[in-house]
Every structure is written in structure tokens, then in C-alpha cells.
Design a protein around this ligand. Structure first.
Ligand SMILES: Cc1cc2nc3c(=O)[nH]c(=O)nc-3n(C[C@H](O)[C@H](O)[C@H](O)COP(=O)(O)O)c2cc1C
Length: 217
């Protein structure tokens, strides 16, 4: 597979065809893809809200008013919308849940190996807590899932638009995320481009390879 082809074929979709819906099996594949995203020390500090029905997407779209109205139709006309969330804190309950999942999945040959993993994860969590950048660290992990989702969608011929243009506080309130210890960080519209999607016709633009790579010799 030539993965670069999919990276170049995808684009931030500015207008979706509201008549076309993504098959459930494809959505399931995308969900599985992001569930398997890597994260530092397997911390998995994320949660994903999937909105499919008109009513569900309308709830998400409310957070685009008034300041981000240009993004509203990308939610209301999409087939599905995914809200990427992160935890507000990396609490003991979550750390234990991850550790027990790893144990159940057969990651530890001994109790000692389990303790080593627990301590390693705890070290990094504490490091970021001390540096006062725990939230930013968790968001970085969730952005890996975003990148995985965007390239994965392209391979499945699904169009997508990632959006930071929304009122996170309003969306957290609408979806009851704060009570669940979560906050929204990115909204992604998923579906199929419509004929009036101007961005599909524009050439892609990236800085040159010379500008973004340094080859050490
Ligand atoms: C984290 C993130 C936030 C973005 N927010 C928005 C947004 O609010 N609205 C929008 O139309 N596009 C948004 N974009 C799309 C970018 O503008 C787009 O990815 C970038 O210009 C590169 O173009 P391409 O994705 O078509 O290759 C966002 C992209 C990312 C990765």
C-alpha cells in the first residue's frame, strides 16, 4: 500500500453531502482504529463521542454558535461526527483500569512485571503533573488518535474535517462531559464531500521537504 497516496488524497472537507451516510461497518472500523492508537505509557487518556442522528449532530453543532458559525454545516451535513475528548485528570481509577486491562490482555508474565509497568506509568504522570502540563500531555496523546483517524478515513475513502473551531465549554455542558471528568478538544465531521466542497478542488499545500527535514550526516 502506498500510504502517501492517501495522505495526499485527503483534505479538510468544507462541505459534506447530507444525503450520503457512512455504512456502520466502516464506522466500526474507524472506531477500532482510534481505539488502537498509541499513547505514551499506554495512558489512553481519551474518550470519543460519536454523533450520528440529526438530533445528536445538532447538539454538537450548537457549540459552533455564535463564534464558529462557519463550522456549523460541517457538523449538520456530515454523516457522523466524532468528538475527541480527554480526561481532566489522570486519576488513580483510570490508571488502575489501564493496568488491569493490560493484565487481562496478558501483558504481564509476573506480578513484578505488572508493578514495573505501574511504576513507569506513574513516573510519567507525576512528571507531567509536577511540570504542570498534564492536560497538554494528555491532549498530545489524543491528537495521535486524530492523526490516525484522518489518515485511516482516507484509506477507507471517507472524507473528514477536523475542527478546533467550536466552544469547548458549551459542548462540554451540552454533552455532560465535565461530570464524567472529560473535556472536548476536537470535533471531526465524517462523511462524503459534496459537489460544492471548494477545498476538494484546491491544490494541497505544504512546506517543502528541505524546510521541514534536517538530514544528519
Ligand atoms: C487540529 C485541527 C483543527 C482544525 N480546525 C479547523 C476548523 O475549525 N475548521 C476548518 O474548516 N478546518 C479546520 N482544520 C483543517 C485545517 O485547516 C487543514 O487540515 C489544513 O489547512 C491542511 O489542509 P488539508 O487538511 O486539507 O490537507 C483543522 C485541522 C486540524 C488538524
Amino acid at each position: 500500500m502506498n500510504l502517501t497516496r492517501f495522505a495526499k488524497a485527503r483534505h479538510a472537507t468544507k462541505s459534506f453531502d447530507p444525503a450520503r451516510k457512512i455504512p456502520a461497518a466502516v464506522i466500526d472500523e474507524l472506531k477500532e482504529l482510534i481505539r488502537f492508537s498509541p499513547s505514551s505509557v499506554n495512558s489512553q487518556p481519551w474518550h470519543f463521542v460519536v454523533a450520528q442522528s440529526d438530533a445528536a449532530r445538532a447538539r454538537v453543532a450548537k457549540s459552533m454558535q455564535p463564534g464558529y458559525a462557519y463550522n456549523e454545516a460541517k457538523v449538520t451535513r456530515a454523516s457522523h461526527v466524532l468528538v475527541l475528548c480527554v480526561r481532566k485528570d489522570m486519576d488513580e481509577a483510570h490508571l488502575n483500569a489501564v493496568l488491569e486491562q493490560e493484565a487481562a490482555d496478558g501483558r504481564f508474565a509476573s506480578d513484578e512485571a505488572k508493578t514495573v509497568q505501574q511504576n513507569t506509568r506513574g513516573f510519567y504522570v507525576n512528571l507531567h503533573r509536577e511540570r504542570d502540563d498534564l492536560s497538554a500531555w494528555m491532549e498530545k496523546q489524543a491528537f495521535l488518535a486524530l492523526g490516525t483517524l484522518l489518515i485511516g478515513a482516507s484509506t477507507l475513502e471517507i472524507d473528514a474535517c477536523p475542527m478546533e473551531g467550536f466552544d469547548a465549554k458549551a459542548l462540554d455542558e451540552e454533552l455532560g462531559l465535565a461530570e464524567r471528568g472529560l473535556t472536548s478538544i476536537v470535533v471531526v465531521g465524517l462523511g462524503y464531500r459534496s459537489a460544492d466542497d471548494f477545498n476538494a478542488k484546491l491544490p494541497k499545500s505544504r512546506l517543502s521537504a528541505e524546510a521541514v527535514f534536517t538530514e544528519l550526516v
